[in-house]
Structures are given as structure tokens and as C-alpha cells.
Design a protein around this ligand. Structure first.
Ligand SMILES: [Zn+2]
Ligand SMILES: [Zn+2]
Length: 343
């Protein structure tokens, strides 16, 4: 497997982000990022301007972020040539993206924040929709703003990556439930804007791209080396995301390149996103450096160890995934491998 590291859900100055795409790509390149998924609000202008391309070693993929009339139900859409009508409701745009052969992810689904009136939450409310390809289970801006209070704001501004405690428990619960039924990929997003933020007389930029690129990353695993051809390269990345052949990390606690979560052995190796027929399987976890490894089945921890590897013989069907912590801070979230019984 070939591993590529992405920073997903980036806003540029085509909407409310601070910097132009070529500059962001340059910062990404210096940060060791392999690909970027841009999602400016309600516009595919950067696509028309030729911004979907390689910038040196960094692949820039252009999608956009859709919202409804109440500015709720944010949806990250990729692989479209032009935007859908801006007047649609969530059901219509989820279906619209699918119909046009695009790929869509529900963004920051359980966002709730109350401390600052100027930063209201934008949750997903339309859970009876179907046809989306995955869920952004971890969103930097959401989590950071949600836990922001008037007393901790200075510390949080100084250390934007240190206080990330992981995805919303509600989101994880829903994600695990959905995976009991069928594969539902989870991705991690930055929601990077580089907002100007005033503290007294000083304006500082929180969520600077350079800082965020050292935070939440989504690693994809491809069967072949990525193509130089932009269309093929883009399709292989989106395909890995749609198949849940990916995992999410907070780079702040270490570079997770080399992490693997597989089942089976020899010729019959299963990867994240795969479904295994049967009631038993041997799961294997490998880490590039030791951490607290938790193996979960349907959202419940079934075994844990502090090590750089774990082997576990499972004898019950369910959706299995891995979480790894570094000194109690969340470091890695795998996607699921499903053991579905004999039916
Ligand atoms: Zn959003
Ligand atoms: Zn956004």
C-alpha cells in the first residue's frame, strides 16, 4: 500500500479563507502534506481558474462546501464540474452530488458552541438523508471553538493543537452505528480559514495554515503509486476516501505514517473499509512508535495495550476500529473493518 497524507476541508481567499491557493499549497509542501482538499463556500471558481493541479509535490483537489438556506447542513462536495443550484435543501444537494457522480461528506455534524455569539454552530440536522459518501468525524475549527471560553481563550490561541480532545462522542457513536449496517467512511477536516482574531488592541491570526497543517491529517492508502495525471490522481484519492481506506491523525503527537490496521494474513489481508464474511478474524495493528492502542467493536473498547503493535483474535461479528492515544491525547482514529457473520 502507498500512503499519502492529506489536509482536508481548506478555505482559501476564494471564500472566507485568508490566503490564495498557490500560497497555501506552498505552505502544505513545507509541512510534508501530499494533497489538499479545498472546499470554499458555495463556489467552484478555483476550479475554473485552473487551481486543481499539482503545485510541486502537492496535489490540489477542488471541491466546495454547500449549505442550506439556514446555513445549516454543511456538505463537502468533490468531483463536480460546476456548483448545484444554490437554493437546494440538504436532501436535494446530497442527491444532486450523487447524481452528478460527485463525492460528498457531511461536515462537522454535531457542532454545538455557545460561548461566542459571533461563532454560532452549524450542525447537520437532516439525518434521514441517504446517498452521502462519508462523515467528517473530526473538525479542528469546530472542536476548538466549541471548547473555547472567555477564560481559556488565551491559552487556546497560543496552543491551537494541544487542546484537541478528539471527535464529538455523539459523532463517534453515530459513525459506529452506521458502520454496523454498511461501510461509512470517516474523514478528518481542518476547516482552515486563518481567521483574524482580536485580543484587545492586537490582531492575531488563529488557525494559520502552517499551524493547522501540523494538526488533523487524513492519510489514504492506495494500491498503486499516485499518478502524475491530475484526473487519475484525484480519482484515486477520492476512491480511497469513499472506500474508507484511510485514517485520521493529530500530527501534534507524532507522525503516524506507517500506521496499519489489518485483518487476516498471507494472501487474505483485509484493510480499513473492507468487510469480511465470517464470525472470526485476527486483527493486527502496527504503529510507527508506541502508544495506547484501543481496539473497539461497535463503539465499545474490547482490548487495550501500550505498545507499538497489537494482535487480537475476534470471534464476534461487528464493526471494528482502532483509536490510539499519546499520554491520553487522541492521536489516531482508524476507519472500520467489518466482520459481518455468515449471513
Ligand atoms: Zn462548515
Ligand atoms: Zn468549512
Amino acid at each position: 500500500m502507498h500512503e499519502y497524507v492529506g489536509a482536508l476541508h481548506i478555505h482559501s481567499n476564494y471564500s472566507d479563507g485568508l490566503r490564495p491557493i498557490p500560497e497555501i499549497a506552498e505552505i502544505a509542501s513545507q509541512s510534508g502534506i501530499d494533497f489538499l482538499l479545498f472546499a470554499d463556500h458555495m463556489t467552484l471558481e478555483p476550479l475554473k481558474m485552473g487551481m486543481e493541479r499539482w503545485f510541486g509535490p502537492v496535489l490540489s483537489i477542488i471541491g466546495y462546501e454547500i449549505n442550506d438556506a439556514d446555513n445549516h447542513n454543511h456538505y463537502l462536495a468533490f468531483g463536480l464540474d460546476e456548483i448545484l443550484s444554490p437554493q437546494l435543501n440538504a436532501h436535494e444537494y446530497v442527491e444532486g452530488v450523487k447524481k452528478k457522480g460527485g463525492t460528498g461528506f457531511i461536515a462537522h455534524p454535531d457542532e454545538k458552541r455557545t460561548a461566542f455569539k459571533e461563532h454560532p454552530p452549524y450542525p447537520w440536522t437532516e439525518w434521514d438523508v441517504s446517498g452521502y459518501n462519508g462523515i467528517e468525524i473530526w473538525n479542528h475549527a469546530s472542536e476548538w471553538l466549541e471548547k473555547l471560553t472567555h477564560t481559556n481563550k488565551y491559552l487556546r490561541v497560543l496552543h491551537p493543537l494541544k487542546y484537541l480532545n478528539g471527535p464529538e462522542p455523539e459523532t463517534l457513536k453515530r459513525w459506529d452505528m452506521l458502520n454496523k449496517e454498511s461501510v461509512m467512511p470517516g474523514i478528518g477536516g481542518l476547516d482552515a480559514h486563518a481567521y483574524p482574531y482580536r485580543i484587545g488592541p492586537i490582531t492575531i491570526y488563529i488557525f494559520r495554515y502552517k499551524v493547522l497543517f501540523r494538526g488533523i491529517r487524513t492519510h489514504v492508502l492506495l494500491e498503486q503509486e499516485i499518478s502524475e495525471n491530475i484526473t487519475d490522481a484525484k480519482e484515486s484519492i477520492l476512491d480511497a476516501l469513499r472506500r474508507a481506506r484511510c485514517f485520521i491523525t493529530n500530527y501534534r503527537w507524532g507522525d503516524a505514517r506507517g500506521f496499519s490496521f489489518t485483518a487476516g494474513e498471507g494472501k487474505n489481508i483485509y484493510h480499513m473499509g473492507d468487510t469480511i464474511k465470517g464470525n472470526s478474524a485476527e486483527f493486527n495493528v502496527m504503529l510507527p512508535q508506541p502508544g495506547h492502542i484501543f481496539l473497539l467493536r461497535d463503539g465499545c473498547v474490547i482490548t487495550k495495550v501500550y505498545n507499538d503493535k497489537l494482535t487480537f483474535k475476534a470471534t464476534e461479528p461487528g464493526a471494528y476500529r482502532v483509536e490510539v492515544k499519546k499520554k491520553s491525547r487522541p492521536w489516531i482514529y482508524s476507519n472500520h473493518i467489518r466482520l459481518r457473520g455468515n449471513n
